[in-house]
Ligand binder design. Sequence first.
Ligand code: AMP
Length: 123
Amino acid sequence: MSSFAAINKTMSDTIFSKIIRREIPADIVYEDEQAIAIKDINPQAPTHILVIPKKPIPRLSEATESDRDLLGHLLLTVQRVAEQAGLSNGYRVVINNGADGGQTVDHIHFHILGDRQMKWPPG
Ligand code: AMP
């Protein structure tokens, strides 16, 4: 399936698919054929950006072998977007997966958090 076909409306439609289709506004900082990056509406750090594939994979645990190239592309997109955002002193990358992981939007996404010192362990 092409990435364009994958963003057509489905049963699993989420707010991120609506943003990708420009049905609701977002602060888009990067876009290519396979992915989009937006500023998080409720930032948890001075810089908080979400990297989202156009293909609506619900969560990491539902990705398959066929998503191998896309997942690699998304990580390289994280790297590119973080560099573009000027996070030269480091940053944190987070994937929340499922209920215990704290995931609230069922469309896989990578959080990029930066411009402050992160703590460990996360809450
Ligand atoms: P998660 O809890 O890992 O599923 O992350 C979902 C993230 O999406 C949260 O950090 C929300 O603040 C963010 N979010 C929800 N709706 C929007 C929106 N319309 N525009 C930008 N970010 C959003």
